[in-house]
Design a protein around this ligand. Sequence first.
Ligand code: GLN
Length: 292
Amino acid sequence: MPAVTIAEAVLQAAARLAASDTPRLDAELLLAHSLQKTRTYLLTWPERALTAAQYADFNELVTRRAQGEPVAHLTGHREFWSLPLLVNDSTLIPRPDTEVLVEQALALNLPEHARVLDLGTGTGAIALALKSERPGWVVEATDQSAAAVALAQANARQLELSVRVWQSSWFDAVVDINSYDLIVSNPPYIAADDVHLQQGDVRFEPLSALVADAGGLSDLRNIIEAAPAYLFDGGYLMLEHGWQQGEAVRELLAQNGYQQVHTWRDYGNLDRISQGLYRKPNSGEGGEKCHE
Ligand code: GLN
């Protein structure tokens, strides 16, 4: 039997992955991983033959993908904000929509050495993207899961980005009050009975990173209520939430005294990121002020 070429292998796999939203992309990412090459290599050398071992290895991955396993779990990595992140099943797989949060955080007019805290950092995606763009910022990150903390630390190390990561359930082990110019989070926000939890990649991600009580709002509410104590006067809170939660999150921000409350839409044109600015009630004279 003549050896299978790169182009043939991709075509065969894409046909087997017809149930995926992105069969060809999945096939290319898995083949590039099997060959330890880039996708550009595949497009440049479509006529090159696979060895029998490469073909077997690739087919094994395609079979697992056809059974639903996320591409990022099969390859062990995912790109976020052009950073190659290590990924495993202890955290959420970074999503493109979360890049909107990064964009908006970078658009804030923060001081050069702003202190920034990412709660529930998972892979470290948001914290590392911010640090890569603003090396002067002091970026810190927490996660309640020890495995996530280890993963985020491994990502910081491999990207040579200095972000301190420690274990904390939301603010429980955050000691510095009145200290942050910006607090960001992509907390769990899906309702436990959401049918979407039975579909696609989320089936392979930890429920602790996806699901929250109170119809998905409980962690968002906790963070909104607790953050003022940790922010500088005039500091920002910026949160990712579900596409139907924009109004509820804006209301929670307003009820808790945040100003300049605003929501941004994701790449699908759905409410996804909301922010508020917090001014300390008696901050006229002598209150904690924002960094220079
Ligand atoms: N946006 C993700 C999804 O809908 C969920 C992310 C989260 O719960 N923080 O799959």
